[in-house]
Design a protein around this ligand. Structure first.
Ligand code: SF4
Length: 229
């Protein structure tokens, strides 16, 4: 029996993953994290779900757990953690959008997303802002409350926070309108990949035709890093 701490954490994460497997594969469920990424990866995930967990995720989870405990001690029932938000609609297609924001802070009227990262970026990253905006939209659509958003970046030696106003982030749209426009963009445009760097971290990169076709179409000179002696 493997009795390391890491083994038990991985096993717990795997059990959580198995619990969500059926809905991961159904035809209508989309997670917020799907919606801010590559459409092809989302499609692969429906057909060949992949337990995508590693030490980088483990490190992030441990930071989340630490912050969760501290905030619970300070704010008690005023904060909620990892609450699953679910919104269903039939426009622009039949869908069920699910999202699990890190923290809902009822005292501050904020939804807080924590990002542990190797190097803190100069400005908030687009896909992180979009993810936060979708959480605000989901919360408004399900609870009828316009909370602001807070993005917290944590690296080994630095810490940075950005606060976003609900209206500035969602424009003139309310939660339902914002969700519908993002779902419509995702299913109509099928962005693959949404960002070039996604392919490097994608569990389906070996079998993905889009990635392989791109590599195939790249001139050989661009694929060669070093000249041979
Ligand atoms: S390899 Fe790239 S294009 Fe293919 S599914 Fe993954 S992220 Fe998308």
């Amino acid at each position: 029996m493997n009795n390391t701490l890491t083994f038990h954490i991985y096993q717990k994460k795997y059990e959580e993953y198995l619990k969500r497997l059926d809905e991961r594969r159904d035809d209508i469920t989309i997670y917020v994290t799907d919606l801010v990424g590559c459409y092809e990866k989302f499609a692969f995930n429906k057909k060949i779900p992949f337990f995508n967990y590693n030490d980088i995720f483990l490190h992030g989870d441990l930071i989340h757990e630490g912050i969760t405990k501290i905030l619970k001690d300070i704010f008690g029932d005023k904060v909620e953690f990892n609450k699953t938000l679910t919104y269903e609609d039939t426009f622009p297609c039949k869908f069920r959008l699910k999202g699990v924001p890190d923290i809902i802070h009822h005292d501050w009227k904020e939804i807080i997303e924590i990002k542990s990262i190797v190097k803190i970026p100069q400005k908030p990253l687009e896909h992180h802002i979009k993810q936060l905006a979708l959480y605000l939209a989901l919360y408004e659509a399900t609870e009828g409350k316009e909370y602001n958003g807070r993005l917290v970046y944590i690296s080994r030696d630095d810490f940075k926070e950005y606060v976003f106003d609900f209206r500035n982030l969602l424009g003139r749209l309310k939660g339902e309108g914002y969700i519908a426009s993002e779902i419509d963009y995702f299913i109509s445009n099928k962005p693959c990949p949404r960002y070039e760097w996604e392919c490097n971290y994608c569990p389906y990169r070996e079998i993905c035709q889009i990635k392989n076709l791109k590599a195939f179409n790249t001139p050989i000179t661009d694929l060669t890093d070093e000249e041979e002696d």
